[in-house]
Design a binder for this molecule. Structure first.
Ligand SMILES: Nc1ncnc2c1ncn2[C@@H]1O[C@H](COP(=O)(O)OP(=O)(O)OP(=O)(O)O)[C@@H](O)[C@H]1O
Length: 326
């Protein structure tokens, strides 16, 4: 579990001061994958680097697994960092070392002897599916394989928490998917808590249980991904389900935004409306996304004629969120 309490970070002083983080509060539950989503310059890197104190917050505190990281320094901080793994966008591998030697590096620092290192490296490379590449050098690997080495190295000290700094941003979509699947697998099998930062909604959709949206150093929204997706006006839903730019409704017609979550996404709702209330329905846009086992969708439709109020009641009584666009 990671708790970020009222953390601010200011770079520089006086007129040139830049507020990179502004009173950020986040709680990452044990065993969950938590995404911090934001555009370039929002403060994502600064935030994740504060969690292992690569960057020291200007104020506030950070607790990782019941230990207040922000109160540590020197050997105590180095020891605490061994329980916090980190992976990077550009992998940060040592080019003059083999894959096995890269993964062994943190183990050397932790004082494992040669035999212990060999055994642990073997386990770690098997965990990320690279047992056959131990003697290769980073330059001989694909981007996805390099990130697998990065993950193996990050897990060397058996961390409880993995920090991921845009780990898939340099990878093509197919490789991104395989790395996300590996992270999800590690989360499920080992109960690894993962805090990741990304500018890609796809990453959040694919593996995150929770998300926080960061804008200009402030958290502007956070919650369970499926809950936010089901709230039509959340920032997450608005970017997942873009609405048509503008649409001039026909005279007498009303434009509705209907949000589906869970089972109602499977019901023939619109055909029921058309049949029961004699309404003509023109679909303007629609999309259904899958979050784990749950399907969440949003639809914009124009309702023309018939018993509009009764149709609206019917939809709302089904538990659907319906907004009538003005
Ligand atoms: N070491 C530094 N010194 C001064 N300003 C910095 C430093 N690091 C980051 N900043 C500034 O802090 C703000 C947040 O930067 P940060 O790198 O955390 O954002 P980000 O969301 O990770 O962006 P990106 O995705 O482009 O890396 C930016 O205005 C940036 O210019």
């Amino acid at each position: 579990m990671i708790t970020i309490n009222d953390v601010s970070k200011v770079y520089g002083r006086g007129e040139k001061a830049i507020v990179a983080l502004d009173a950020v509060n986040l709680e990452v539950p044990q065993g969950e994958i938590f995404g911090v989503l934001g555009e370039s310059g929002a403060g994502k890197s600064t935030l994740i680097r504060c969690v292992n104190l690569l960057e020291r917050p200007s104020s506030g505190s950070i607790v990782v697994n019941e230990q207040e990281i922000t109160s540590l320094s020197g050997p105590a901080l180095r020891k605490a960092r061994q329980r916090i793994g980190m992976i990077f966008q550009h992998f940060n591998l040592l080019s003059s070392r083999t894959i096995a030697e890269n993964v062994a590096f943190p183990l050397e620092v932790m004082g494992y002897n040669r035999a212990q290192r060999q055994e642990r490296v073997k386990e770690l490379l098997a965990l990320v599916g690279l047992e056959n590449r131990a003697r290769a050098y980073p330059a001989q690997l694909s981007g996805g394989q390099k990130q697998r080495v990065g993950i193996a190295r990050a897990l060397a000290g058996k961390p409880d928490v993995l920090l991921s700094d845009e780990a898939t941003s340099a990878l093509d979509p197919q490789t991104t998917l395989s790395i996300l699947e590996l992270l999800q697998d590690l989360n499920q099998r080992m109960g690894l808590t993962i805090l990741l930062i990304t500018h890609e909604m796809g990453v959040v959709k694919q593996i995150c249980h929770r998300v926080a949206i960061l804008e200009a150093g402030k958290v502007v929204e956070q919650g369970r991904v499926s809950d936010l997706a089901a709230q039509p006006d959340s920032r997450l839903a608005r970017s997942l389900f873009p609405r048509p730019q503008s649409y001039a409704a026909q005279p007498g017609a009303r434009v509705l935004t209907i949000s589906f979550a869970g089972e109602s996404a499977d019901e023939p709702v619109l055909s029921n409306v058309i049949r029961q209330f004699d309404v003509d329905v023109n679909i303007l846009s629609g999309n259904i996304e899958k979050f784990g086992e749950q399907r969440i969708g949003q639809l914009q439709a124009e309702f023309v004629g018939g018993q509009f109020d009764a149709a609206l009641n019917y939809l709302r009584n089904l538990g659907l969120r319906v907004e009538v666009n003005e």
